[in-house]
Design a protein around this ligand. Structure first.
Ligand SMILES: *[C@@H]1O[C@H](CO)[C@@H](O)[C@H](O)[C@H]1NC(C)=O
Ligand SMILES: *[C@@H]1O[C@H](CO)[C@@H](O)[C@H](O)[C@H]1NC(C)=O
Length: 441
C-alpha cells in the first residue's frame, strides 16, 4: 500500500462538512450529541475543527469516541507512535467521555504508559470501554478501571492476572466480553465475583490457565442472564447461574458441561460443539428455543432433558449426528411434547440406511408456521418426507428447503434432484397458501 503521511487523516473531506456549518446555530450540547454519534474519531476531529462552537462542543459535550484501525485505512499507514500522539491529542481535548472504543487490529504495540494515561484520564466518567490494544508491557485494565462506573467492558488480545475482587470491583458492570484474553481459571472466577451486577458474559477463544489436573473451570454468577462461549476446550466446565436465560456454546470441546440453575433458561444453542456429558438438570422447564447444529447427540438422553419444556417455540436439529445409530427422533413425540412450537428446522439424515427422523403417529403440529427442511445427501426419500411433514403442519405459512449440491454430483444424483424438483412442483399445487423458498449450497 502507498505510504501516506500522517497528515492525510486531517485532510480527508467528510460529506457532512457543509451540513455541519449550516447547523451552527444549534446549542453546544446538541452539537456534542451529534459528534458523539459520528462513527470514527477522525470525523469528530475534522468536524470540530470547522468552527469555535463545534470545538467547544467537542471539548465539553462529546461523550463517545471511537478509534478503529479497520474503519480508516489511513490509521494503518502511520506508525504506532504517530497514532498514539493522534489518540492522545484527541482524548485529552475531551472532558467527561462516557464511551471509548480503541480497536487497533494489526497495529504494532503501543507504549503502555501512554495507554495508561488515556484510561486514567477518562476512567471516572467512562461507562463503556471497548479495548483492543497491544501494549508492552501489558496494561492491567482491571486495576485502572475498577471501582468506577463502567457498565460495558470488552477486552481483546490482552492478559489478565492477579484479580483482587476487593480492590478491583466493578459495581456497575453489566456486560463483560473477553476475546483472545489469557487468564487463569481462578482469576476468571474471581473476576465474576467482582461484578455483582453482571448480566452478560462473552468468552471468545480465551487462553485459560488451569492449575488443577482435572482441567475444570467453575464459574458462578447469580445475576448472569446470558453467556456466550466460543472456542474453549476443557475437561469440565461447571456454570452456576440461577438466573441464566441464554446459553450459547460454539466450537467448544468439553468432556463435561454442567449448568446449575433455577429453571430460567429460555434459549439454548449449541453450534459445532462436542460435549460428552451434558447436564442442564433442573434448568429446562421454560425453554423457548433449542437450536443444535453440528452436534453429536444422544437423542434419547437429550430429549429426556428438554421434553419438559412445554413452552418450546423453536426446535432446530441441524446436522446432528447420532451416537446410537438406531435412535430415531419421532415426530409424534415432538408434536405431543411441544404443543406451542411454531418453528421447526430439521436437516434430514440417512446414515447406513437408517432414517433418524421417524414419521410415525398422527398428531398434528398445529402451531408450526415455519418449517425449514434440509438434506446433506439427497435421496429418493426426501420428497416423501417433505410431503409427510407438510400434512402434519396444517397451519404452515412458510417452508424453506436447504440443499447441499456437491460439485461432483453423479448422473444419478442429478436425476434424483430433478425428480425431487418435479415432485415439489406437484406437491406445492396442493399447498398454494404456503410460501416456499429453496436455498442450495
Ligand atoms: C398453540 O399455542 C397456543 C399458545 O401459543 C396454545 O394455547 C395452543 O394450545 C397451541 N395449540 C395446540 C394444538 O396445542
Ligand atoms: C426419477 O423418477 C422416474 C419416474 O418416476 C423414475 O423412473 C426414476 O427411477 C427416478 N430416478 C431416480 C434416480 O430416482
Amino acid at each position: 500500500m502507498e505510504q501516506q503521511p500522517a497528515a492525510a487523516i486531517w485532510r480527508t473531506p467528510i460529506v457532512a462538512f457543509d451540513l455541519l456549518l449550516a447547523m451552527e446555530h444549534l446549542p453546544v450540547e446538541v452539537i456534542g450529541n451529534i459528534l458523539s454519534r459520528l462513527e470514527g474519531a477522525r470525523d469528530v476531529v475534522i468536524a470540530s475543527m470547522t468552527c469555535q462552537k463545534w470545538r467547544e462542543a467537542y471539548q465539553k459535550h462529546l461523550h463517545t469516541l471511537a478509534f478503529n484501525s479497520n474503519d480508516c485505512p489511513a490509521y494503518r499507514d502511520i506508525t504506532a507512535s504517530q497514532l498514539e500522539i493522534l489518540i492522545t491529542r484527541t482524548i485529552f481535548q475531551t472532558t467527561g467521555l462516557q464511551g471509548l472504543s480503541i480497536l487497533m487490529d494489526d497495529v504494532d504495540e503501543f507504549n503502555a504508559a501512554t495507554v495508561i494515561a488515556w484510561l486514567m484520564y477518562t476512567r471516572e466518567t467512562l461507562r463503556r470501554l471497548f479495548y483492543n490494544v497491544r501494549t508492552s508491557p501489558n496494561v492491567n485494565i482491571l486495576e485502572i478501571c475498577g471501582r468506577q462506573k463502567l457498565e460495558i467492558l470488552a477486552v481483546s488480545h490482552s492478559s489478565i492476572t492477579g484479580v483482587e475482587p476487593n480492590f478491583q470491583r466493578f459495581p456497575c458492570l453489566k456486560s463483560l466480553s473477553l476475546s483472545y484474553v489469557s487468564i487463569s481459571a481462578l482469576d476468571l472466577r474471581l473476576l465474576l465475583t467482582a461484578c455483582p451486577k453482571l448480566e452478560c458474559l462473552e468468552l471468545v477463544d480465551p487462553e485459560i490457565a488451569i492449575s488443577d489436573a482435572q482441567m475444570t473451570l467453575e464459574l458462578s454468577s447469580p445475576t448472569l442472564k446470558s453467556i456466550y462461549v466460543e472456542a474453549i476446550s476443557l475437561d469440565k466446565f461447571m456454570l452456576e447461574a440461577d438466573g441464566l436465560e441464554r446459553l450459547h456454546l460454539k466450537d467448544c470441546s468439553l468432556e463435561v458441561f454442567e449448568l446449575i440453575g433455577k429453571g430460567t433458561l429460555k434459549y439454548f444453542k449449541f453450534d459445532d460443539v462436542i460435549v460428552i456429558h451434558l447436564d442442564i438438570g433442573e434448568t429446562v422447564d421454560n425453554l423457548e428455543v433449542v437450536d443444535v447444529s453440528n452436534y453429536a447427540i444422544f437423542w434419547t438422553k437429550f430429549y429426556q432433558m428438554i421434553s419438559r419444556s412445554s413452552k418450546l417455540r423453536k426446535l432446530r436439529l441441524w446436522d446432528v449426528t447420532f451416537d446410537d445409530e438406531y435412535e430415531v427422533i419421532d415426530l409424534e413425540t415432538i408434536a405431543v411434547c411441544f404443543p406451542q412450537m411454531n418453528h421447526l428446522s430439521l436437516r434430514y439424515e440417512l446414515r447406513n440406511g437408517v432414517m433418524h427422523y421417524g414419521l410415525q403417529g398422527s398428531t398434528n403440529l398445529e402451531n408450526v408456521t415455519v418449517l425449514e427442511l434440509g438434506w446433506t445427501v439427497i435421496n429418493d426419500f426426501f420428497s416423501h418426507w417433505v410431503e409427510e411433514l407438510l400434512k402434519r403442519c396444517p397451519n404452515l405459512r412458510k417452508m424453506i428447503i436447504f440443499g447441499v449440491v456437491s460439485e461432483a454430483e453423479s448422473h444419478e444424483e442429478y436425476q434424483i434432484l430433478a425428480n425431487f424438483t418435479s415432485s415439489m412442483v406437484q406437491l406445492m399445487r396442493k399447498y398454494i397458501h404456503v410460501e416456499v423458498q429453496f436455498e442450495y449450497e
